[in-house]
Design a protein around this ligand. Structure first.
Ligand SMILES: Cc1cc2nc3c(=O)[nH]c(=O)nc-3n(C[C@H](O)[C@H](O)[C@H](O)COP(=O)(O)O)c2cc1C
Length: 413
């Protein structure tokens, strides 16, 4: 899957039939806005495009018309365009406005409340949230005038995605590249997400644990951490404050999450125990080792002929620990655990729900094409009220759906 495909799969539930106005500024990166429009349309959004006069020098409106499958607004003073949806129509219809690329000039004009073309007039007239995707030469971006404009825009509630850092068309290197189209689409989707976890504290555990039997060797599992990281991202987008307690993975943590890296099951248990007070939701998506070597050699074990025996002991079951800790507590977080199952998925999950005294078990099918290390997942959520089956989809999409199922139960507390 390309990054674009992945993001479309992740956000289509959030973007389907949502009305997005993409306002294109006159920068070299206007061509990347074409791809963003294509991805919005693929995710099911109703996309309208408005272009500044300068933008039309970089990309022809016909391209955006073909991609959005709608006429493109190019001229504020055109009798024909004003007869159709017009600048106020565009402004009123939009649930979200995405300005990509936001040029230095456009940022200055938006800041000043200028309304002398279709883009700035629509931006002044809209009450929808606005996402700005800046793109400009690094020195333009760093100029005090741009910095000041940007500060004012942010203080007015405009959201921002990018700029990325790297080589630019102008030959300079630094901050100022337009964010990748899929990052723009993801940021837009997050702005449209329900903020049903605002003010809530969410703890997510993710990834594998490592149980060492000498300083350089350990027993672990192939968990990539992707499911837990996707849940952390989804919770952030829904407004939560997120603590991500993670075993060793090769993913980068979502920018706004607090990351607490751990290595062993014991460290993970301790981290959860120390931080769980005050949490509203705990999602244990980590693949915590059930066993650890009874003895950890202080030096690297020497190779010797014949078999080597390592004796294992059980690690602490973190969910059981939490279930018991909060059993009679008047204020307790919603506790959700993951379970990897190969058969009798619902029966086993229900048994775990009762025995571990938790509120939800998300059962993974780990048979053929299983969840470990894969990009996709297929789960059943078992609660005392019943079961919800989520059919095979990207882990990002599954993460949203898991929260769809859990969040109403958190908020009711
Ligand atoms: C080849 C070329 C590339 C440009 N690229 C950018 C750019 O990436 N960012 C920017 O802020 N301005 C860029 N400019 C300058 C803008 O086109 C100019 O400021 C224009 O007035 C922007 O108009 P608009 O913001 O109304 O679309 C570029 C100009 C040229 C000729």
């Amino acid at each position: 899957m390309t990054p674009g495909d992945e993001v479309v799969a992740e956000v289509e539930g959030l973007l389907k039939e949502r009305r997005i106005l993409v306002a294109v500024g006159g920068g070299i990166a206007a061509y990347k806005a074409c791809e963003a429009v294509r991805l919005f349309v693929r995710a099911g959004a109703e996309v309208h495009v408005a272009m500044t006069r300068a933008a039309q020098e970089f990309v022809a409106p016909l391209t955006f018309q073909a991609l959005s499958q709608r006429p493109v607004a190019t001229d504020l003073l055109s009798p024909a365009e004003e007869q159709q949806i017009g600048h106020i129509g565009l402004a009123d219809r939009a649930e979200l406005v995405v300005v990509a690329p936001t040029t230095a000039d456009l940022a200055a004009r938006i800041r000043m409340g200028v309304a002398d073309d279709i883009v700035t007039a629509a931006l002044l007239a809209t009450t929808a949230p606005v996402l700005l995707a800046p793109a400009m030469n690094v020195h333009m971006w760093e100029h005090p005038a741009t910095r000041e404009n940007w500060e004012v825009l942010r203080s007015r509630g405009y959201q921002q995605v990018g700029p990325d850092s790297g080589a630019m068309a102008c030959g300079h290197t630094g901050d100022g590249r337009l964010a990748e189209p899929w990052d723009i689409v993801r940021a837009a989707a997050r702005m449209l997400a329900p903020k049903d976890l605002a003010g809530r504290k969410v703890i997510v555990t993710a990834g594998p644990t490592r149980e060492f039997f000498d300083p350089v060797r350990f027993v672990s599992n192939p968990s990539s951490g992707r499911m837990g990281y996707a849940i952390a991202s989804a919770a952030l987008a829904r407004g939560a404050e997120v603590l991500l307690i993670s075993g060793p993975v090769s993913l980068s943590a979502p920018a706004d999450a607090e990351l607490l890296p751990v290595e062993t099951a014991a460290e993970m248990a301790q981290a959860v125990q120390e931080r769980v007070e005050g949490a509203d939701l705990v999602v244990m998506a980590a693949a915590v080792g059930d066993y650890r070597p009874q003895h950890v050699a202080s030096h690297k074990l020497k190779k010797s002929p014949g078999a080597e025996t390592v004796v294992f002991e059980r690690t602490e079951d973190i969910l059981v620990m939490l279930g018991a800790h909060f059993e009679d507590a008047p204020e307790r977080p919603l506790l959700a655990g993951f379970a990897a199952e190969t058969e009798h998925v619902v029966e086993h999950a229900r048994e775990k729900l009762e025995r571990k005294k938790v509120d939800a078990i998300v059962a993974n099918f780990v048979g053929e094409g299983g969840a470990f290390g894969s990009d996709e997942n297929e789960v059943v959520i078992v609660t005392r009220e019943g079961t919800t089956t989520l059919k095979r989809a990207s882990k990002e999409r599954i993460a949203w759906q898991i929260l769809d199922a859990l969040v109403p139960r958190v908020v009711r507390r």
